[in-house]
Design a protein around this ligand. Sequence first.
Ligand code: ZN
Ligand code: ZN
Length: 456
Amino acid sequence: MSVHVLPHPPTTSLTPKPRSNPTADTASSTTSSPELSSYESSENGVEELSEPIISAEKLRQIEKMESNPDFLWMTTEEPHRSRRMAILKAHPEVRKLMGPTLTTPPIVFLVLTIQFTAAYLLRSHHPFSIPFILTAYIVGGTANQNTFLSIHEITHNLAFKSIKANKILAIISNLAIGIPYAMAFKGYHIEHHKFLGEDGIDTDLPSKLEAMILDNVAGKTFFATFQILFYALRPGFIRSQKPTIWHGINVLAIIAFDILLVKSWGWNSLIYLIMSSFFAGSLHPCAAHFIAEHYLMNGPLPTKEELVKDGQGDNEDWLIQGLAQETTSYYGWLNVLCYNVGYHNEHHDFPSVPWTKLPELHRIAKEFYDPLPSHESWPYVTWKFITDPSIGMWSRAKRLNKGDKIDHSFWTPSTGTESKIHSDKETSDVLAQDEEEEEIAYMSDSDKPKNRNKKE
Ligand SMILES: [Zn+2]
Ligand SMILES: [Zn+2]
């Protein structure tokens, strides 16, 4: 498919459109979302529930989606690469933000201390006692979500310059989780970045089977409650990894530590760590980032054909809406506990910028990020995901394989004059430099000598 290039950014198209939900019952409509229905003042001043705001067009889309749900199949490249290039052109100083931050290692050790202290103090409590479960949910769930995200940060080689040092820190951080995780996560996560949305490669995507089975409130509640198991088990079914020596070191280190823990403090301490990991990926405010990052929370998009036929827009409108929703950021306070993972558009655009500098990246390139839809609340994302029938496991953008590239000027902001279309030479220069820096955020030990030789 050929993609037309827009001369300026799709500011108005990117504003999330008001949604309605005709299939939700009145009670859930009024409590779950202020957008779903409305109150109007009647003549005597008493507020009455009005008819839900819903266009016939939207109703048709939702009915169609519900009778024959499917993923949003995109024929374009993921949006981050082109926006990254446009931002680097407009703000070359963004490069200065790239590279590791030494803020991460002390946080890793602080969180480990918190978790080990709690595991020690709870060693004599029954795992099903109230203090045990509450501590595992409030303290442990938050601490281990922070641990998952420290490993995410370290996976991008953003704690130390040395790749080996990053790997060792990731395995040390992994001790709080109780189950080997860090090295397997690295392989799958790099593919999530490089092949975002690609069916069968990006294991962040639900499979068709999951989407079919879990396509109702009970199924979505089950998914949100046991998310951690989906993320742990799905990759094994979809895409196997070639184990490396680091996978072995990771497994042995965690098993040895767990044995030591059980021998020293007893089974309850290990159960505390594992229960914390479960809550970290369950119905926990911080766990909502899993859904918030890439689910299309504005409901089904009209098809290209419908837009063209109804004269409401053209292919670009459809494309822009899809791209704008593919990744969604959250800028609220829970980012403090989660290594700013809410800055997810920014992170996918620049995986080599550490968590401490993502807010600065956002400030520098605000004309790119401010027009994009963002989430105001993570817990609300989970609530909406479960209760809104027009959103579910199908609400993901997928690609069969790499589509046509979108010209980077797609994201170039309007300056009031016609945007300058960069020459092919300029584009390839930026791309080469860009890729070199990006690779560092993805590198593993086995890549390093090869890539270094290539550059020299
Ligand atoms: Zn992501
Ligand atoms: Zn990442």
